[in-house]
Design a protein around this ligand. Structure first.
Ligand code: MV4
Length: 448
């Protein structure tokens, strides 16, 4: 096992990793920018290294600075958290050259899943159901029309280099396709330096369901059910829950086994998420994320596992501590993302936290790096906390969420806390009747 791990991240996820390390008796190294000298992850780690100025390109994204910090402190492994360098195949390769262990999958798997066409092609070959669409890229209008007529309108045009919803265009008919295809390619070239696009059948009212998988890197893998992440705004998730309110035990077992078998077949190492659109009882692969996700705690809550601990074990060449048969769902969990943002525009609201009080009690987990008097710097993501509740069933989780939101105090900046109090009053949220479009429509109706 490692003696010392460097955490190449900040905020709540850095704390999350430090906590797992501490329970395993592993020393921790925090890295930070000059803007984060007073950050909680720096205080909580055993050691810290300043790796550069405030902009993340010069600090949290600086591979030489992070590798130097490893060499200076003698850290043997790096946990990347999410975002930043967590899905950078070149970084993983560079670490290998320096004899540092990356706590995550192999560079090859990150690279495959980073290209959306290769990812979809690989998923299809591994037996994962995919959205009907073009076989690979589509580079001229005639082919775009042929493919679209074959799969039937409406269709969606996506950038190969895109992801996270950037560079997508919907076409209702052949007339619309002409404009959509041209703009999609132009925008993809401008945004990603790569004009390649592919075409899929457009699903009109799906849910976003993602399957948590975990592999030991030697051909054994399990699934840990699904999360429903349909409540989102502009591709930013707002609330996530597990299990999905509309997924049956049979559906879970079936798609879960497909995903676990697929990642076992490629000897995938560590945590991964296979994202699907779900409509009319069918799952359609869209992407795979080769990292620990922001919303992993809802899965941890219902399965009673520590995913970060398992990531560290597997990276050190040890066995994960469960098999598929050990993994039984207990109750229901919901996470809400607390962002320092002003609703309804979701404009960032950095500044000084004049008062912070975390909720507690049975079934409540608050993952946050906030403290009284902390100054939220304006340079990074606006996520300042995640409130995760767990109950015996969905109604109990909802009641607990409402109770915990009542206890939570985040003063001094605008936040998404009041939004959640409003959302909980909505019958569709109480019943679980929402699709990927629900929140944007609700925001339009309430604030539009
Ligand atoms: C789609 C789709 C409908 N049909 N693909 C958006 C992000 C990217 N990961 C995939 N996305 C979508 N792909 C087909 N064939 C609708 C979306 C989509 C979406 C997906 C998940 C969560 C929120 C979303 C919001 C708008 C559109």
């Amino acid at each position: 096992m490692f003696d010392k791990i460097l955490i190449a991240n900040r905020g709540e996820i850095a704390l999350r990793v430090i906590r797992a390390c501490r329970e395993m008796g592993i020393q921790t190294v925090a890295v930070h920018s000059t803007a984060d000298s007073d950050a909680m992850h720096v205080r909580m780690a055993d050691e810290s290294v300043c790796i550069g100025p405030a902009p993340s390109t010069d600090s949290y994204l600086s591979m030489p600075a992070i590798i130097s910090a490893c060499e200076i402190t003698g850290a043997q492994a790096i946990h990347p958290g999410y975002g930043f360098l967590s899905e950078n195949a070149n970084f993983v390769q560079m670490l290998e050259d320096h004899g540092i262990t990356f706590i995550g999958p192999r560079a090859e798997h990150i690279r495959i899943m980073g290209d959306k066409i290769t990812a979809k092609e690989t998923a299809r070959e591994l037996g994962i159901p995919v959205v009907p669409g073009s076989a690979g890229g589509v580079d001229d209008m005639a082919e775009a029309k042929r493919v679209s007529a074959e799969i039937g309108y409406p269709v969606i045009i996506k950038a190969t280099a895109g992801g996270g919803g950037r560079g997508m265009k919907v076409a209702q008919d052949e007339k619309g396709l002409e404009v959509a295809f041209r703009t999609a390619r132009a925008e993809a070239k401008a945004a990603f330096g790569n004009p390649d696009v592919y075409i899929e059948k457009y699903l009109q009212k799906p849910r976003h369901i993602e399957i948590q998988v975990f592999g030991d890197g030697k051909g054994r893998a399990v699934h840990l059910g699904e999360r429903d992440c349909s409540l989102q705004r502009r591709h930013q998730k707002v609330l996530e829950e597990a299990p999905g309110p509309v997924i049956t035990a049979e559906e879970r077992a079936r798609i879960g086994k497909i995903c676990a078998d697929a990642v076992a077949a490629i000897q995938y190492a560590g945590a991964g998420t296979i994202e699907f659109l779900y409509e009319d009882g069918e799952f359609y692969f869209i992407e795979m994320n080769t990292r620990l996700q922001v919303e992993h705690p809802v899965t941890e809550a219902i399965f009673g596992v520590d995913l970060v601990r398992q990531q560290i074990l597997v990276a050190a060449g040890e066995e994960m501590e469960f098999q598929q048969d050990d993994l039984k769902i207990n109750g229901h969990a919901i996470e809400v993302r607390i962002n320092a943002e002003k609703v309804p525009g979701f404009t960032p609201s950095p500044g000084r936290i004049s008062q912070y009080h975390a909720p507690g009690g049975l079934g409540v987990r608050m993952d946050s790096a906030l403290y009284d008097g902390y100054r939220i710097p304006p340079f990074y993501d606006s996520l300042i906390g995640k409130l995760i509740v767990h109950g015996r069933d969905r109604p109990e989780a909802l009641a607990r969420l409402s109770r915990a939101l009542g206890e939570l105090i985040v003063d001094g900046v605008d936040s998404t806390v009041p939004l959640f109090r409003e959302l909980l009053a909505e019958p569709d949220i109480q019943s679980g009747d929402y699709s990927i479009h629900w929140l944007e429509r609700w925001l339009d109706r309430h604030y539009g």
